[in-house]
Design a protein around this ligand. Structure first.
Ligand code: DON
Length: 562
């Protein structure tokens, strides 16, 4: 009898844990603060930091480290990202902790002797890794904006998670199963990811816990120097990578001026170069604003056609003009000039798709002198932070740091490996985004904050999804401002995407009726149905001050608040 009771009790506890951690909450409506991330545990950790007196930045730091443990697909310490922070008084800040090309990187490093791209070289294994920025980025955020001023406290939940373990969700089990073979091929030694993992099993990462403790003790130096750096460099050397100790030591994240523009009287703050968000989003909003998008109706062929045509033109510019501005002159003024954008739309026809072969990047004669996982947080004082952080592809290069237990990014693939050859996201690039030592690779990550016309905070949002990040962020903002959807409706609505090349509209399967698709095809569009586009975590402050946090329904994403 006693035994039976024990068994029932254990299975009760077990089922509570798994259900608490897998049943993600998609919408919270609260009065004080909200934290929306890709994983329920990370959202709760962030919220607790705020309840304990931390601000949005403190919560973001705790979330970033927690995601590196409970969301290894994209959460990271060996990746990079961008943060847009808006203080309660409206002042905006942008932190660029993007990876960069190591000193030994060369333009032709992924080409064979005949000049052909070596398959997967920029995607899998040690050569695909860019010098990571996340730990320095968190240290920078901490130094400048922490309210708690207690780094130990911010790191402790991640350390506990790694050391004591957590329960994997069903989506994580499926997700890991898909990459198991590749992980075992790429990693010569046993890692935490060697054995297949099941949902509801406790997942402990001892080596990662040790690395996190080193970072807890010495902040950035715990990662970029000492035994942790030694293990990183050894992993490079054992696996044909080129990042050395100096690359690590010299990594520095950069404070930048946020890209700022207006759409229907709303100020929008997003990430400037090396993220393409600061160019593509203002271009798309400006081109769209010359038409009556709302009048075309929500998700009608008319509206989808307009947006796809605008995106086609903006992505042509992205491909050919954008790259790290420290290395190339990017004609920013020209690219965002109203007259130029109106000129771009002269070839727009309401009835017919313009084939991408007839759309080129803009040509400027008057050269000017001289751009994953996302989380959104609003704290109880009204400060807001949007952070998008990534290993690039899921589980990055698939290479786990030997003796470190964490995934290394494959961000080098965001460079244009060879002009005209598409990357992981089908994006092509030109001279402006070619590989150069010390250069940051062009990004689409778009952490974004929107104000009301009265200048108070309206929305905080962002998404993973490579090139589709830009259009996911655009559509959620447009769904709210143009089509008056509530935040949940705006985030969960089906999405579509055009990126110039390939010349097609990607549309979420089952999200659009057959009539809409037929009309778009009649206009000359090629439609490619895909499972899902983007994974948006968003917060909206309603007129009466209610904070609405919405997590994307597409995966385990979770909104917390109080
Ligand atoms: O920076 C970029 O644009 C890409 N490395 C982002 C990768 C990404 O969103 C992966 N998520 N699905």
């Amino acid at each position: 009898m006693k035994k039976l009771f024990l068994l029932v009790f254990i299975s009760f506890v077990f089922s509570c844990r798994t259900s608490v951690e897998t049943n993600s909450v998609k919408e919270v409506r609260v009065q004080n603060a909200a934290v929306v991330t890709a994983h329920p545990i990370a959202s709760e950790i962030g919220l607790q930091v705020i309840k304990d007196g931390g601000n949005a930045v403190d919560a973001a730091i705790a979330v970033q480290f927690a995601l590196s443990v409970c969301f290894p697909r994209a959460g990271n310490i060996a990746g990079g990202g961008f943060a847009i922070y808006r203080e309660k008084d409206g002042t905006g800040y942008a932190l660029d902790f993007r990876e960069l090309a190591p000193k030994a990187a060369r333009e032709d490093m992924y080409l064979d002797e005949a000049g052909n791209v070596i398959p997967e070289a920029s995607i899998r294994g040690a050569l695909a890794v860019g010098v990571p920025g996340s730990v320095d980025g968190m240290d920078q955020l901490f130094q400048r904006f922490s309210k708690l001023n207690n780094w130990d406290r911010l790191m402790q939940p991640a350390i506990d998670l790694a050391e004591k373990g957590f329960y994997l969700t069903e989506m994580q089990e499926d997700d890991l199963a898909k990459v198991q073979e590749s992980l075992n091929k790429i990693n010569k030694n046993e890692t935490s990811f060697t054995a297949s993992r099941k949902a509801g099993q406790k997942f402990v990462q001892k080596k990662l816990a040790e690395v996190l403790k080193a970072i807890q003790k010495e902040r950035r130096y715990g990662f970029y120097t000492g035994w942790v750096a030694d293990k990183f460099v050894e992993t490079m050397e054992n696996n044909g990578g080129v990042i050395n100790h100096l690359d690590l030591l010299h990594y520095k994240s950069e404070w930048r001026q946020p890209a700022e523009f207006y759409y229907r009287n709303h100020r929008i703050l997003t990430m400037p170069l090396p993220s393409s968000a600061g160019v593509v989003l203002p271009q798309v909003f400006e081109m769209v604003s010359q038409y009556n998008l709302p009048g075309g109706g929500f998700h009608t062929p008319t509206s989808i056609h307009l947006v796809a045509e605008v995106e086609r033109r903006a992505f042509a510019d992205r491909a050919m003009h954008l790259g790290d501005p420290r290395f190339n002159r990017v004609p920013l003024y020209n690219l965002m000039h109203h007259d130029y954008l109106m000129d771009r739309m002269k070839s727009f026809s309401r009835d017919k798709a313009t084939p991408s072969s007839e759309v080129r990047e803009g040509v400027f004669t008057d050269r000017e002198s001289m751009e994953t996982t996302h989380f959104s947080i609003v704290d109880n004082e009204g400060n807001a932070i949007a952070v998008t952080t990534t290993l690039n592809g899921a589980y990055g290069s698939h290479l786990v740091c030997e003796g470190g237990g964490y995934f290394l990014n494959n961000e080098m693939d965001d460079f244009s490996v060879k002009p005209g050859v598409p990357n992981l996201y089908g994006l092509i690039g030109g001279e402006a985004n070619k590989i150069q030592s010390g250069k940051r690779m062009l990004s689409s990550m778009s952490p974004t904050i929107v104000d009301y016309p009265n200048k108070s905070l309206k929305m905080v949002l962002g998404s993973p999804g490579g090139s589709t990040i830009l259009t996911s962020v655009f559509q959620v903002i447009s769904n709210v401002i143009d089509f008056k959807l509530d935040l949940n409706g705006a985030v969960q609505a089906p999405r579509f995407h055009h990126q110039w090349l390939p010349d097609q509209i990607m549309m979420e399967k089952g999200g659009f009726d057959s009539h809409t698709i037929q009309v778009l095809e009649e206009k000359g569009h090629t439609i490619k149905e895909v499972e899902s586009i983007g994974r948006v975590e968003a917060i909206l402050i309603e007129g009466d001050g209610t904070i609405v946090g919405v997590a994307d329904k597409r995966k385990d994403d979770h909104a917390s608040g109080y």
